[in-house]
Design a protein around this ligand. Structure first.
Ligand SMILES: Nc1ncnc2c1ncn2[C@@H]1O[C@H](COP(=O)(O)OP(=O)(O)O)[C@@H](O)[C@H]1O
Ligand SMILES: [Mg+2]
Length: 314
């Protein structure tokens, strides 16, 4: 178990005590837990403790995960302070990084009023999540932060070579580089969250407001890659895979966020709308190679790939 004395010291608290395990990190890479503080800036805080298993193979996957913890640390140090209530994130209370270990001590979002978690967002929650994404994308439009991923999202092709090789559909496998290039070549780039699924959003009880967590894969990208991922596989997804109502809502939020800024919003919206199916295909490319058996059962995803074959070579 981790020694917590340094946290109490760093936060000027009399003591720090572990009170609740929240979850273990993906495939044995550490854990998340809540601590109680005696004195200090808050009564509770969240500790994200990442330590890859000593016997983890030194492969693409380990390199990706280690870098993702560097990225998340950099995010909380340099980017999070620039996020306001419209793209709410936890405040960083303390951080410690050493060889092969990353520790983040974060504001407890439950205590801040964002205590609701959902498996599938309802309309109000989904709209709040889309508004969060629009605010984040608008805020960092055109910015490049070197410490984040040069290409955001956990499924980006450069870090998924073994999954690429595992894709059975030859046309999809061969189209993969072109899909990634088209997204990378977009004129309008911003910082994307990179893993905006429901589990990484914390909602207020009324579902009207939301905070986001898990910035391991944040980096450069077109905003629509986050939107395509958030909407992927929802039970109310339209047959053709393009949820125009939700896309309109996202762009409505984006335009409101950009009002008063010198941004060519019409050109931005036109470009990102055109890239939406590409972003969706790019995520399908990941699914097809990551879990081939699941992909074979994903009839909607497979239909989307089939119907959009022409997009890949146009
Ligand atoms: N600052 C926080 N306050 C409250 N809950 C949090 C906070 N950070 C993470 N969590 C909860 O812990 C879960 C896991 O954290 P996350 O950073 O997403 O780890 P993982 O990389 O394992 O997905 C989140 O889905 C969220 O429910
Ligand atoms: Mg998560």
């Amino acid at each position: 178990m981790m020694e917590l004395g340094w946290i109490a010291n760093a936060l000027d608290a009399r003591s720090a005590r572990r009170v609740q395990r929240i979850q273990s990190l993906w495939s044995g890479y550490g854990e998340l837990f809540r601590i109680a503080l005696d004195g200090g800036p808050a009564r509770t805080a969240i500790v994200k403790w990442a330590r890859p298993p000593a016997d983890a193979a030194a492969d693409e996957s380990l390199a990706r995960k280690c870098r993702s913890f560097d990225v998340e640390t950099a995010f909380y140090q340099a980017v999070a302070p620039r996020c306001d209530d419209s793209c709410r994130v936890a405040k960083l209370l303390a951080a410690r990084t050493s060889a092969g270990e990353w520790i983040l001590v974060l504001e407890d979002l439950d205590a801040a009023g964002y205590a609701t978690r959902v498996d599938e967002a309802d309309d109000a929650q989904l709209d709040a999540a889309l508004a969060w994404l629009a605010s984040y994308h608008a805020r960092f439009l055109g910015e490049h932060v070197a410490a984040l991923w040069p290409v955001g999202t956990y499924w980006q092709l450069d870090t998924r070579r073994s999954e690429l090789a595992a894709i059975e559909d030859r046309a999809l496998r061969e189209a993969a580089p072109e899909l990634a290039e088209r997204l990378a070549a977009a004129r309008f780039q911003t910082i994307v969250h990179g893993d905006p699924k429901e589990a990484n959003f914390c909602f207020t009880a009324d579902g009207a407001r939301v905070a986001a967590v898990d910035f391991q894969y944040t980096g450069r990208g077109c905003g629509v890659v986050d939107v395509a991922y958030l909407l992927y596989g929802r039970s109310d997804e339209p047959r053709d895979g393009i949820d125009r109502v939700r896309l309109d809502a996202y762009f409505g939020h984006l335009r409101r966020e950009l009002a008063g800024r010198t941004v060519e919003v019409d050109a931005l919206e036109a470009e990102w709308r055109a890239l939406y199916p590409i972003a969706r295909l790019d995520f399908c490319r990941f699914l097809a190679g990551w879990r081939p058996a699941m992909w074979r059962a994903d009839t909607r995803g497979r239909r989307f790939v089939k119907c959009n074959q022409m997009l890949r070579s146009s």
